[in-house]
Structures are given as structure tokens and as C-alpha cells.
Design a protein around this ligand. Structure first.
Ligand code: ZN
Length: 237
């Protein structure tokens, strides 16, 4: 089977691959990716901080409730002390309990203070992260425009290649074109490679089996390389 036309078709795909690679490796694309990553990271940081802030709010609320309970208990006990008169033992007990409560309240105050200062810090840092996210979002937008300009610059070339392929399609057996296109989707470019040294896959270098080599010898256009999946053809001697 004549593979000349399909190889021409593949070479045109190769030109497209090259253009796409240039686009992908362009300074513009790298800048866009970088800004986009930084934006995503900042958004993630804001989300983390807001989760932590919610936890701290809940903690502060709980601490306030505990504080109120302790206050109430303190007040009740203080009231009871007034009525005990000369009972020293009971007076001692009340005093100890009040001291304990006092310590608990101090501890609660300390923890509340810590939670509030962490909240203040998070709020400040969160604001900075939001600024970073916004800045990077506008950079990403600008770089995306640069990428699009670059794409437009290549668009003419790509159109010309596509037109050539369209014209070639008329002269290629549809079944063959199908086989090529399926392989194109499954393996890296190029999907069709030459048999090397009469027995090796031209892409990955594995030695093909006698059965596969026999098929090529008998005039089959291609055999599938069992290792890399490419279509291997036997060049004219
Ligand atoms: Zn191979």
C-alpha cells in the first residue's frame, strides 16, 4: 500500500505540533501560567484562613459562654458567703472555691484574648492574600491577552496547514485515514514511524516479532508496535 500521502498528512500534523509547542513554551504562556498559579494559591490561602477564622469565632463564642457561667457561679457563691457567719470551715471552703473560679475566669480571658489576636492577624493576612489574588488575576488576564495575540499570529499558518490537509484527505483511503487518526489520538507524535534496520520500531527501538515482520513483508501497510503503539511501516528499499 502506498503510504506517501498519509506520511505527507502526518508531516503537516507535525508542523501543527511544532506551532503548538512554540505556543506552549512561549514566554507569554509561561507568564500566564505563573500568574494563574499564584492567583489560585492566594485564593486557597484565603479559604484556609477563613476556615481558621470560623473555628476561632466558634471558640471565642464558647469561651464567652463559659465565662458567663463562671461569673454567675462566682456571684452566687459570693452571695452565699454573706450568710455563713462564723462557720470558719465553710468560709474556707467558699474562699477556695472562689479562688478556683477566679483562676478559671482568668484562664478563659487569656484564651479569649489569644483567639481574638489570632483573628486580627488572620484578618490582616487574609486582606493581603486577597490583594495578591486580585493582582495576579489582573496579570493573568493581561498575559492571556498576550497569549491570544500570539495565537492570532500563528492562526494564518495553522489555517494554511489545515487547508493542505483537507486537500490531501481526498486522495487518502478513508480507512487508512481513520487508522491514522485513531493512532494520533493514542500515541505521541508521530504515530507512523519507519521500520529501522529491517526489524526495529523507528520510535521506541523495540525489535518486532517475526510474525509482525512477516506481515510487513507480505505487503501490509502497517503493524502496531507492541511497546509504544505506533504504526510501523516498511520503507521502500
Ligand atoms: Zn515502538
Amino acid at each position: 500500500m502506498d503510504v506517501t500521502k498519509i506520511l505527507e498528512y502526518q508531516a503537516l500534523d507535525g508542523e501543527k505540533v511544532k506551532i503548538n509547542r512554540e505556543l506552549k513554551n512561549s514566554k507569554e504562556a509561561a507568564q500566564y501560567m505563573h500568574a494563574n498559579e499564584a492567583m489560585k494559591q492566594a485564593i486557597e490561602n484565603v479559604a484556609k484562613k477563613s476556615t481558621r477564622a470560623a473555628q476561632l469565632f466558634a471558640k471565642a463564642e464558647l469561651l464567652m459562654k463559659q465565662y458567663e457561667d463562671a461569673c454567675r457561679e462566682f456571684d452566687d457563691l459570693s452571695g452565699e458567703i454573706d450568710g455563713i457567719g462564723d462557720d470558719l470551715k465553710r468560709a474556707e471552703f467558699y474562699e477556695k472555691t472562689l479562688t478556683k473560679l477566679d483562676n478559671i475566669m482568668e484562664q478563659i480571658e487569656r484564651e479569649t484574648q489569644e483567639a481574638l489576636s489570632e483573628l486580627t492577624r488572620i484578618e490582616k493576612e487574609g486582606g493581603a492574600e486577597i490583594d495578591t489574588a486580585n493582582k495576579n488575576a489582573s496579570w493573568a488576564k493581561k498575559y492571556m491577552e498576550d497569549v491570544n495575540k500570539l495565537k492570532q499570529r500563528y492562526a494564518g499558518e495553522l489555517d494554511a496547514i489545515n487547508a493542505k490537509q483537507k486537500a490531501l484527505e481526498e486522495s487518502i483511503d478513508p480507512a487508512l485515514l481513520n487508522v491514522y487518526r485513531n493512532a494520533r489520538k493514542q500515541v505521541k507524535y508521530p504515530p507512523i514511524v519507519k521500520l529501522r534496520d529491517g526489524k526495529l520500531c523507528g520510535a521506541c527501538g523495540i525489535e518486532l516479532s517475526g510474525a509482525e515482520l512477516g506481515k510487513l513483508k507480505d505487503g501490509e501497510a502497517f503493524v502496531n508496535c507492541p511497546t509504544c503503539g505506533r504504526l510501523v511501516y516498511k520503507p521502500e528499499e
